[in-house]
Design a protein around this ligand. Structure first.
Ligand code: SF4
Ligand code: SF4
Length: 398
């Protein structure tokens, strides 16, 4: 693989043109309705040049007049999950026939507009989340055929995060701010003069890079990129200790904190919708008025919805507390047992888009404090009584 190269500022258009010429549908970050989202991109002038963002618990605002960067904002409002694993997709159509009914399976490849997708501007957290979804949806006995069809031809142009948000903690979980393995190309946006350091991560990325008009990166370019990464890491809005999470959360099933969180949690499911790794789905059948045609759709679902835990006559998790506990414990603990990786990539979206401003990094820290206080009391240490709802939840959570 050839070494890092420098792409001049307007050279980014040549990269987009090369992807379009190879038949990709190119998606890139753009401003829509007060947020940066992924949308079809043909012209780099549509990128949010000079736009930044403010993200905090339950808070998202765009900022104008920041550094003249095309990628000077943090995670887009929706992640690449919405493209590779869409919120609503047709699984099959059933038609009434003279002697019964017929079933026509659907596939993304049947769509006359189907093209492989190229995602420009994915962040380290997004690339890591795609790798997690690959494990869950492709890496087990039963492959998700629809995801596989979309994922097979996808091309990822990741971008190093220069301006992390107040809700980001990718540095704590090791997914950023410089994107790790999994991208075809990685861009790092440098200033004075405005240019991009480009590194290829796959043979496909190398082939595309070879078709662009670039110059070899100099030691100064590489040093500037390292400085940008160090600066972004230092300005990361949040941190989360990760070394003890499975043990901590598995041992905290009866923590009083779950009930305290449930006093704020609306069970609205926003956090699972924006999370780039959450993959729970349900099915909806949609029939026409004549009864001649029926469509079965797969739609995103959420462990925060009570019907999601319905098993043979009743819901298993009837309390919001038990649903939050299920979500956090699965995401940060049992996901590792199940899939060999954490379910959290540190993007911070669940914090930003939670209407109650619930912050999983703060909740984990509080659960740890309570567990340590509980252990201190059990060991007979003075002054170790928990201060927030001390006793375990009576009778457990349902
Ligand atoms: S944690 Fe926040 S976003 Fe998630 S279900 Fe509760 S209120 Fe909604
Ligand atoms: S749990 Fe929250 S911070 Fe972690 S990957 Fe999901 S949305 Fe991002």
């Amino acid at each position: 693989m050839a070494g890092p190269a420098i792409l001049p500022s307007r050279g980014l258009q040549a990269l987009v043109d090369a992807l379009l010429a190879r038949g990709y549908r190119v998606l890139g970050p753009q401003v829509r309705d007060g947020a940066v989202v992924l949308a079809d991109l043909t012209d780099i002038d549509a990128l949010p040049l000079g736009v930044g963002d403010e993200q905090a618990p339950g808070h998202y605002r765009l900022r104008e007049g920041g550094a003249e960067r095309a990628f000077g904002f943090a995670a887009t409002a929706q992640s690449p999950k919405s493209v590779l694993f869409p919120p609503d997709e047709l699984l099959w159509r059933g038609r009434r026939t003279d002697d019964g009914f017929s079933v026509e399976p659907a596939s993304p490849a049947d769509d006359p507009d189907h093209r492989p997708v190229a995602i420009l501007g994915a962040r380290g957290c997004d690339v890591a989340a795609i790798a997690v979804q690959d494990r869950v949806l492709l890496g087990r006995e039963h492959v998700d055929a629809h995801y596989a069809a979309r994922r097979a031809g996808a091309f990822l142009v990741a971008v190093t995060c220069s301006d992390p948000a107040g809700t980001c903690f990718c540095a704590s979980v090791g997914t950023g701010p410089r994107p790790r393995a999994g991208s075809d190309l990685v861009l790092t946006e440098l200033a004075d003069p405005h240019r991009y350091l480009v590194e290829a991560g796959t043979p496909a990325g190398q082939a595309l890079l070879g078709a662009l008009d670039t110059t070899p990166a100099t030691p100064d370019d590489l040093a500037a990129a390292d400085e940008l990464v160090a600066d972004a890491t230092a300005r990361m809005g949040r941190t989360m200790r990760t070394d003890d999470l499975p043990e901590l959360l598995n041992a905290s099933a009866e923590s009083p904190r779950w009930a305290a969180i449930a006093e704020r949690c609306l069970a609205c499911t926003n956090c699972t919708a924006v999370c780039p790794t959450c993959f729970c789905t349900g099915v909806q059948d949609v029939g026409d008025l004549t009864g001649a045609l029926d469509e079965r759709h797969r739609v995103w679902d959420s462990c925060f919805s009570q019907p999601y835990s319905y098993i043979h006559g009743g819901a298993v998790r009837t309390w919001t507390a038990s649903r939050y506990r299920q979500w956090l414990t699965h995401k940060l603990a049992t996901w590792t047992e199940q899939f060999g990786t954490s379910g959290c990539v540190g993007c911070g979206r669940c914090i930003t888009w939670c209407p109650a401003g619930i912050d999983l990094t703060a909740e984990v820290a509080t659960i740890r404090e309570l567990a340590e206080a509980h252990d201190a009391v059990a060991a007979g240490a003075p002054g170790g009584a928990p201060t927030d709802g001390g006793a375990p939840t009576p009778g457990g959570l349902r």
